[in-house]
Design a protein around this ligand. Structure first.
Ligand code: ZN
Length: 243
């Protein structure tokens, strides 16, 4: 079985449509939160995950939209985007967001979160030191996460060493039984690892291989919509540089 793993779509429907073409034949789609926020088409992105019957987690942007995370948690730019987004979501989408769990632990023997297992919607796993603490506090073999918008993996090897691998240009990772893994599939709609291409993963559960894929999409279309929507301009320009 092959499962598509998407995170941090962030209202970028141009990127999502492009990724959607790539995963058309896959039945299972996992979405690790932050469907909304920053991009100009949040409602379309929520409708897409609903139509796909994806398994979906609560991200920090969703949590804030339904009052489960204080607005003071966000920087001024994110906050402006959040308030803009809140006004544009239908009551259907708000109801859907209210139904989302912060953690899934009973799918494919893996742990699935937006941020981290200890703070599912808030903590950023962005350093081997944090990854080691997470490995020591939880017993999973395989955990998929998002939130940092960086496609990368932290691997706890049998020797005790934590290795960090970047998937800035995509790549494949074989899941070995003696290692433990924290894998970030990167961001569909707002990559921040220097590569502006949309990022997502495909997990082949039989071969035990996770492939991180990077695909071009129409960035100028996504930027144009942001610039003409009243959202902060920087949110359009950052897409070009993938930062
Ligand atoms: Zn995000």
């Amino acid at each position: 079985m092959k499962v598509a793993i998407l995170a941090d779509i962030h209202g970028n429907f141009d990127a999502l449509e492009r990724v959607s073409e790539e995963i058309e034949k896959l039945e299972d789609v996992m979405v690790l939160g932050d469907i909304i926020g920053y991009g100009a088409e949040p409602e379309d992105c929520v409708r897409w995950v609903v139509e796909k019957k994806a398994k979906v987690l609560l991200g920090n942007h969703e949590a804030a939209c339904i009052g489960e995370l204080p607005l003071s948690w966000f920087n001024p730019l994110a906050l402006r985007a959040l308030l803009w987004t809140q006004k544009r979501l239908s009551s259907f989408s708000i109801r859907f967001i209210r139904s989302l769990p912060p953690v899934i632990s009973d799918f494919l023997q893996a742990l699935w979160v937006h941020g981290s297992p200890r703070q599912p919607t808030e903590e950023y796993i962005d350093h081997p030191f944090i990854a080691r603490e997470i490995f020591e506090s939880f017993s999973f073999s395989l955990c998929f996460f998002g939130h940092t918008h960086q496609a990368e993996a932290y691997i706890l090897e049998e020797s005790g060493r934590v290795e960090r691998i970047s998937f800035r240009e995509g790549g494949k990772l074989e899941i070995l039984p003696d290692n433990r893994y924290l894998i970030n599939c990167g961001s569909v709609g707002q990559p921040r690892d220097g590569n502006p291409q949309a990022s997502f993963a495909i997990f082949d559960t039989e071969k035990r291989i996770v492939e991180i894929k990077r695909v071009d999409y129409d960035i100028s279309s996504a930027s144009y919509k942001i610039l003409h929507s009243g959202l902060p301009e920087y949110l359009a320009y950052r897409l070009e540089g993938g930062r």
